[in-house]
Structures are given as structure tokens and as C-alpha cells.
Design a protein around this ligand. Structure first.
Ligand code: PLP
Length: 387
């Protein structure tokens, strides 16, 4: 199957059409060996030595993710965090990096603590503003710009092509956390990014049963080889069974993402202007500040993630929001995103001090259930909280 001429739906459904030549099986065997035999003449012609660095269990999932992103190579990691931190750990102490103020909170925390203590100069900026990016770049000193779009938990949108140009003009790489967009809705490498990161825990696997991460590089380079070394030496390596499950999840990525996008769009439109909802944050709404940019760089939908700000009433917005999350039946009150089941979460309770999430904000991960059922459940939870 030629990934350049094959539709992404076909690439995903058939996992690139691979079959196991040894058995004619159409799904891969589960490779669990941690080590590989050395040749009699002391060589390792198989190219494999030890499974912390390389594992045949990764080959097919990496190839599918790479084909979907249009990259040079994909690497699986033990988690989204292991993938994201490898991007920064491949830099050198003293390097200056830019990251958004609104981004996945755990990575922001790591950047402001561990990465800063290790010597990176981390600056958090408004990544939705090209003027702010331009002003913060230090040519020759800034080595990486990190973008997340749409970004947790406000679903702010960054123009990847414009930011890539600014970063490159200053001699920096651009890395994009595209977890929420998925390779089906946005292809950051085609827009000029150098690295794409996925928390494969989310949509790529899609069933809330695997923690995994992935990076896709646009081209080979000394920097990319350092990223490979970070995985091999620090050991943020995925397990074989998790890689096997991830490949199984990837086969239905297009169906799940399409259903989640359609559901999220319907839910956003339904609750926009609702008397118990102060604001709906979703780039698919024409009134959203990120709508025009997302329309240009996302294709086929605006993602399955949105947030609502619950109107206060007598109890105040925070109490009302927590009550709504407690009152839902179908929506599961849990963190994470990108699974088949819809999740609801009071985000400020998770992120704590320093969160950009207003106290009345509920983050919604729309699954693949019937959108009418999800709307009815939220309606009853909002009504109960405002009774
Ligand atoms: C956008 C985004 N990036 C990265 C991560 C980290 O992924 P993981 O939990 O697999 O480490 C998450 C997890 O929620 C996420 O939502």
C-alpha cells in the first residue's frame, strides 16, 4: 500500500495492508522477546539487539502513525509524557524554548520544574498570537517552539504554518502536540512543523485501555537521532502488548474521530446560548476566536473536545459546575479524553494552582455514543444543578 496515494481511512483500517509472511496472518503476532540473537561472527545483522531500543512490536504501529502524519519516521513511547519530554530532553541545558500558557497542564508543570532545573530556559507565551511569538523568539538562542492545538482546556487554536515560519526564521524547530486534532484532522508536518507529538493514550488507541505516546519527525537529523537516544537510554519504551493494542485501536481511528467530531459539534451548538451555560468553548463554533484558523488548518471536523462554563445561579459557577459533573449519568466523571465513552471533568480541580481554567469550567471529551443521549444527560444535570 502506497501511503502517498492511499486515503487515510484505508491506511488506518488495514494498518497499511501488512500481512505476516511467515504465517499469512493479517494481524501481527505479539513479539515479547526482550533480546535478540547475535550472529556467529559476532555481528547483529537483524539490526536488533535489545528491546529497550528497538522492538518489532512497534514496527507496524509506528509505520501506520508515520504514514498518517506524512513523516520520515515515527517512534512509540511509554506515554504521551515520555514522548513530549523526549523532545525537550534532546535539547541542551541553556537552550531557550517557547511553550504556550494554555497547554496540557502536566507538561507545563514539568517544563516549569524539572526542565527548568535541568537548565532549559522555558518561556510561556500566548501562542495564539503570532506577534507574541515573534516578540519572544531569540534568534540563535531559541531552539524549540512547542505548540498544542486545539489546546487544553480552553481549546485555543494556534496557526501552525505561521508559527513554523516564525520559528524557522529564528533558527528554532517547531513541535506540535496534535493529540486532540489527530492526524485525520490536521497534518502539522505538511504545515511546516518539524515534530508531531501524540498522547496515543487518547484518540490513536481510543479505548481508554493503553497509556502510550508517539513522535513523528519530518526528517532525519542529529536532533532526531538524539530523540531516539533519549528513548533508548532513558527507557521510556512502550510494552509489546500495549503496542499491539494500539495498532488494533488505530484500525478504527477514522470512524471514532468522525463520530466524536460530529457529536462535539452538535453538543456545542446545542448548549451555545443555553440559559445555564455562560460560554461554550469549541473551535467549531463560528463565534470562537480560533474558528477561522481551525477552519483553514483542520479538515473534516474540529475535534471531539470542548468545554462549557456553567452559569452560576445562586450557588456560583464553580459549585454549579461541580454539581453538574456529579449529576451526569451517561457522561463518566473522569479525567482523560479520546475514548469511546464520553467523559466530564471539573478541570480546575485537576490542575490546581496556576490553571488557566476558570472555576466554572467543565471539560468534555465526546465519545462515540448517540449525541442526543449525551445532550439529554447534560440537560438533566444542568437542570438539577440549577434547581
Ligand atoms: C494534549 C495532551 N498531551 C499530552 C498528554 C500526556 O499523555 P499521557 O497521559 O499519555 O502521558 C495528555 C494527557 O492527557 C494530553 O491530553
Amino acid at each position: 500500500m502506497d501511503p502517498k496515494t492511499t486515503h487515510p481511512d484505508t491506511i488506518a483500517a488495514q494498518a497499511l495492508g501488512w500481512i505476516d509472511e511467515a504465517t499469512r496472518a493479517i494481524t501481527p503476532p505479539l513479539h515479547v522477546s526482550t533480546t535478540y540473537l547475535r550472529d556467529p561472527d559476532n555481528q547483529y545483522r537483524s539490526g536488533r539487539v535489545y528491546a529497550r531500543a528497538d522492538n518489532p512490536a512497534f514496527d507496524q504501529a509506528e509505520a501506520v502513525i508515520n504514514a498518517l502524519e506524512g513523516g520520515h519516521q515515527a517512534l512509540l513511547f511509554a506515554s504521551g509524557m515520555a514522548a513530549a519530554t523526549a523532545v525537550f530532553q534532546a535539547l541542551a541545558p541553556g537552550d531557550h524554548v517557547l511553550a504556550p500558557k494554555v497547554m496540557y497542564w502536566s507538561l507545563r508543570n514539568w517544563l516549569m520544574t524539572f526542565a527548568t532545573q535541568w537548565g532549559l530556559q522555558v518561556e510561556l507565551i500566548d501562542m495564539t498570537s503570532p506577534a507574541a511569538v515573534q516578540a519572544a523568539l531569540k534568534p540563535g538562542k531559541t531552539k524549540l517552539v512547542w505548540v498544542e492545538t486545539p489546546a487544553n482546556p480552553l481549546w485555543t487554536v494556534t496557526d501552525i504554518a505561521a508559527t513554523a515560519k516564525l520559528a524557522h526564521d529564528a533558527g528554532a524547530l517547531l513541535a506540535v502536540d496534535s493529540t486532540v486534532a489527530t492526524p485525520l484532522l490536521t497534518r502539522p508536518l505538511a504545515l511546516g512543523a518539524d515534530i508531531v507529538m501524540h498522547a496515543a493514550t487518547k484518540y490513536l488507541n481510543g479505548h481508554s485501555d493503553v497509556i502510550a505516546g508517539a513522535l513523528v519527525g519530518r526528517q532525519d537529523s542529529d536532533y532526531w537521532q538524539r530523540v531516539r537516544k533519549v528513548r533508548a537510554q532513558l527507557g521510556g519504551t512502550l510494552g509489546s502488548f500495549e503496542a499491539w493494542l494500539l495498532l488494533r485501536g488505530l484500525r478504527t481511528l477514522h470512524l471514532r474521530v468522525r463520530a466524536a467530531c460530529a457529536g462535539a459539534q452538535r453538543i456545542a451548538e446545542h448548549f451555545h446560548g443555553h440559559p445555564h451555560v455562560a460560554e461554550v468553548l469549541y473551535p467549531g463554533l463560528p463565534s470562537s476566536p480560533g474558528h477561522a484558523v481551525s477552519k483553514a488548518q483542520m479538515c473534516g471536523g474540529f475535534g471531539g473536545m470542548l468545554s462549557i462554563r456553567v452559569a452560576g445561579g445562586a450557588k456560583g459557577g464553580e459549585a454549579a459546575a461541580i454539581a453538574v459533573a456529579a449529576n451526569t449519568q451517561l457522561w463518566k466523571r473522569a479525567t482523560s479524553l479520546g475514548g469511546t465513552e464520553s467523559l466530564i471533568e471539573h478541570r480546575a480541580s485537576v490542575e490546581g494552582v496556576g490553571t488557566p481554567a476558570p472555576p466554572d469550567l467543565l471539560r468534555l471529551s465526546v465519545g462515540i455514543e448517540d449525541a442526543g443521549n449525551l445532550i439529554a444527560d447534560l440537560e438533566q444535570a444542568l437542570a438539577a444543578a440549577h434547581a
